[in-house]
Design a protein around this ligand. Sequence first.
Ligand SMILES: NC(=O)c1ccc[n+]([C@@H]2O[C@H](COP(=O)([O-])OP(=O)(O)OC[C@H]3O[C@@H](n4cnc5c(N)ncnc54)[C@H](O)[C@@H]3O)[C@@H](O)[C@H]2O)c1
Length: 432
Amino acid sequence: MHIAVVGTGYVGLVTGTCFSEFGVDVTCVDIDQSKIDLLNSGGIPIYEPGLDALIAKNVKEGRLTFTTDMKSAIGKSLVIFIAVGTPPLPDGSADLSYIESVAGCIARHMNGYKVIVNKSTVPVGTGQWVKGIVQKNQAEQHRFSVVSNPEFLREGSAIEDFLRPDRVVIGAEDPEAVAIMKDLYAPLYLIETPIVITNIESAELIKYASNAFLAAKISFINEIAQICDRVHADVHHVAKGMGLDRRIGSKFLHPGPGFGGSCFPKDTHAIVDVAKKAGYDFKIVRSAIAVNAQQRQTAFDKIQAAAGDLAGKTVAVLGLSFKPNTDDMRDAPSVDIIRMIQKNGGLVKAYDPVAMDNAGALMEAVTFCHDTYETAKDADALVFMTEWNQFRNLDLDRLKKIMKQPVIVDLRNIYDRGKLEKMGFTYTAVGR
Ligand SMILES: NC(=O)c1ccc[n+]([C@@H]2O[C@H](COP(=O)([O-])OP(=O)(O)OC[C@H]3O[C@@H](n4cnc5c(N)ncnc54)[C@H](O)[C@@H]3O)[C@@H](O)[C@H]2O)c1
């Protein structure tokens, strides 16, 4: 089978590469010529562990190609995945202009029956809307099916998530499209991956509902951490005690500076908007969003309380990406928290293993350093912003010697309070 994946970002590139790994012929398409040139010259536009090797292997074996030529990609493909961005508009709703443009383009270049699959995260009703756009813009009349196949991969472990997902969701109206999609995902049957077959609207809602639920779980534990801070309880023990209950589960019970990234912030706003347009006020998700904003402020308050008046002080920030193992800076808590430090007169030095190029475009007057110790040198406070593994086992004696004040604000709870306090650090954590 030959397929096209339109949009070669975090989702499209992983999707295209992994399907080629399944043995499918894949053309990845993007409008960004520089991205396609980079991929064609053996480079890779994002940081995702293991992706470079998998791309190289499948390119070499002739199953994976990159182009900006939509017409030829559509012409030779039975299935066309749409994996373009759906960023938030100022009112919180999803910007569907990229989807609209791709749908129109597919319609104009169709040369036979096509299965048009929405992999982007989209509001309920988008599948039917795409159907209308294709019908209206077809240059020649051809049959087609629209499918919703939302993606659940996590940046940082995207390949593993794609090749061994918890489930695959297929929302479709006709059995022919379902059969083709099942065929495409056939390698996952061998590892008994559950496949949820439903209508388009339910599939679209499954994605938003899943992300909103996980975001609410993070906000929930962040509120528990707020209570822990006030009642002398340890949020890690509370989370462990809760998480061992299988109805609750231990995942997503880690307090911190709040959720960020390209999905949870925009998808929570988008599902609130979907609900509002359907005449319903989604109160739990609205609260999860409000708690998340408050958590960034709380993180800053902790830094200020630990370092004292920030005017003229140097704050060293370790980790900038919204989570480890990615260079994605979209809606990273670090951006807001660093801005608050600077607004209060603080100077910021920062280090991140892979996200500094992307961070540079979003931050001003930050001194980017080459490693942890250069960052910590002469700092009045050291903040653990992202829990990269390499920050978990630092030379604490060395840190203490090079810092101006031995003040640590551990927004990810990666260090042990007892040990640090015994060494003479002033240690602040979240909910402990
Ligand atoms: N990033 C994630 O972890 C993740 C996980 C699950 C779902 N999603 C969803 O998947 C979708 C894509 O997210 P992403 O993070 O991969 O976005 P991204 O911004 O990394 O990539 C989008 C790509 O689409 C390209 N594009 C835009 N318009 C185009 C057009 N008309 N033709 C061809 N290419 C075009 C852009 O140049 C870009 O390379 C979003 O809806 C997102 O919510 C993302």
